[in-house]
Ligand binder design. Structure first.
Ligand code: NAP
Ligand code: MG
Length: 456
């Protein structure tokens, strides 16, 4: 049998850092069979013991945090500051859900003639498909609650970013998670990912990635009525009212749009500014963008690294052709690496750069007239993942937050993700929610049992 391999490239230097063998169909099927075999004993482990194993896994991640972070700097070009946060997020999510096995309560529901109780039963084997933009956190949001609920997990990292996922697989074993309970299978989406969809022993697919592939996965899962969670794309609005602290809003806007070089499904890639504050906001935004430190991601003062690949650089560049309405743009290194400067556009509302997800450091700024106009523009998209509202009026903040069709909003802030709160999209940004107190519901079936107290 010939094994295919993939050359993993450092996007800041274009050097090959490692060659990773890719699984073919036979290997995926073997891994799924191991996961199915491991399931009965994993679900039967006493709740406190499963909790303990997850806490040991979290401790192993913590002990390896710097190594994981450095791996992500090399493999994904993430800034070291971000990469440390990302490894820490895996640890925190494991710790958070390690408390779940002993607290995953069912209900006792009053009925006539007996006792009625509900149980949360695990599903079986869960397939997690991860994109390249946040390889560690997105993996953890899938595998930690899935394992806590008593499922076994097969995880496919994106082809271009397998290294931290492979390391997490090793750490799980070192921490005592039994063989077959959590397996990482690098391979092509069209082979490994697709097999999660078609293999009958995989009872649920957790997919994060593009809306196009997400639709195919949902359609494929329909064949077996397979459970599916989708976290897809976004084109989120950052709405700045003229009553906001404009200095703060302008200083924060680059972080909301350019973090992770804009390769963030939550990127606030459309900035909507009230017309009366529009010129002043752009004036304040310009130095914030020009001053952004773009360069070596291993340097802890760097704010933005490279794009992930030559392909991504080509895609992002296509949104900024010659003659594009560039208001201003920052700096980026010359030479090797997939660099693109942070760029601010002032396009028309129907321009592709205003409507389509770019997934790069390009932000579009447009004016609006009043609250109703802002809400209309913000909602005029088939996406609905995140967004921000900058205002000093609490009534306006609440009205607009309720009116924007989006799963994760922040007021006077750009933060979207906390492991203890739910995360997910409206409309074509996704289906279902990850993280937060209810995530285990997505990895279990509710079983209802009636016990007669008057047996005939
Ligand atoms: P993608 O092409 O959809 O790939 C995502 C994952 O799916 C990768 O592991 C990929 O494997 C796999 N895949 C590709 N085709 C498949 C198929 N036919 N069946 C099963 N799996 C398949 O997305 P991407 O280009 O990696 O990531 C960028 C996109 O993801 C953006 O649109 C972004 O908004 C979205 N995203 C959303 C969130 C969120 O939480 N909502 C988070 C991150 C990213 P290969 O690597 O082998 O192609
Ligand atoms: Mg792709």
């Amino acid at each position: 049998m010939t094994t295919t391999v993939f050359d993993v490239i450092n996007p800041a230097t274009e050097e090959i850092i490692q060659t990773v063998p890719l699984a073919g169909l036979a290997e995926v099927d073997a891994a799924i069979a191991r996961a199915a075999a491991a399931y009965e004993s994993w679900r039967a482990i006493a709740p406190a013991d499963r909790s303990l194993l997850l806490r040991r896994f979290a401790a192993a991640v913590d002990a390896d945090l710097e190594n994981l972070a450095q791996l992500e700097v090399r493999n994904a070009g993430h800034t070291i500051v971000n990469a440390r946060w990302e490894a820490g997020n895996v640890r925190d999510v494991l710790n958070y859900y390690s408390a779940a096995p002993e607290r995953h309560f069912g209900k006792q529901i009053p009925v006539a003639g007996g006792v009625n109780v509900t149980f949360h039963e695990p599903l079986g084997v869960v397939g997690v498909i991860v994109p390249w933009n946040f390889p560690m956190p997105i993996a953890g949001w899938g595998f930690a609650p899935a394992l806590a609920a008593g499922n076994t997990v097969v995880l496919k990292p994106a082809e271009v970013t397998p290294l931290t996922a492979l390391r997490l697989g090793e750490l799980a074993l070192e921490a005592g998670i039994p063989d077959g309970v959590f397996q990482v299978i690098p391979g092509k989406g069209s082979i490994v990912g697709q097999r999660f969809v078609t293999h009958p022993a995989v009872r649920k697919v957790v997919f994060t990635g593009s809306t196009g592939v997400g639709k195919q996965i949902m359609a494929g899962c329909a064949e077996q009525v397979k459970r599916v969670t989708l976290e897809l794309g976004g084109k989120s609005a950052n709405i700045v009212f003229d009553d906001a602290d404009l200095e703060l809003a302008a200083a924060a806007a680059p972080g909301g749009a350019f973090d992770n070089a804009g390769q963030d499904c939550c990127a606030r890639s459309r900035i909507l500014v009230q017309r009366s504050a529009y010129d002043r906001f752009l004036e304040l935004l310009e130095p914030a963008v020009l001053g952004l430190g773009v360069g070596d991601p291993a340097d802890s003062t760097t704010a933005m690294g490279p794009l992930i690949s030559a392909q991504q650089l080509k895609t992002v560049s296509s949104f900024v052709p010659d003659g594009a309405p560039v208001a201003f743009r920052g700096k980026a290194p010359e030479g090797p690496g997939f660099w693109f400067p942070p760029t601010v556009l002032t396009p028309d509302l129907d321009a592709p750069s205003f409507r389509e997800e770019i997934f790069g450091p390009v932000v579009a700024v447009v004016p609006f007239d009043d609250e109703a106009d802002a809400i209309r523009i913000a909602n005029d998209t088939h996406y609905g993942l995140s967004g921000s509202i900058w205002t000093s009026k609490v009534d306006r903040a609440l009205r607009v937050a309720r009116a924007v069709e989006s799963g994760n909003l922040s007021v006077n802030s750009h933060s979207s993700v906390r492991y203890s709160t739910p995360f997910g999209g409206f409309k074509q940004s996704g289906l279902g929610r990850e993280l937060g107190p209810d995530a285990l519901d997505a990895f279990t079936e509710t079983k209802n049992v009636f016990i007669s107290t008057n047996p005939a």
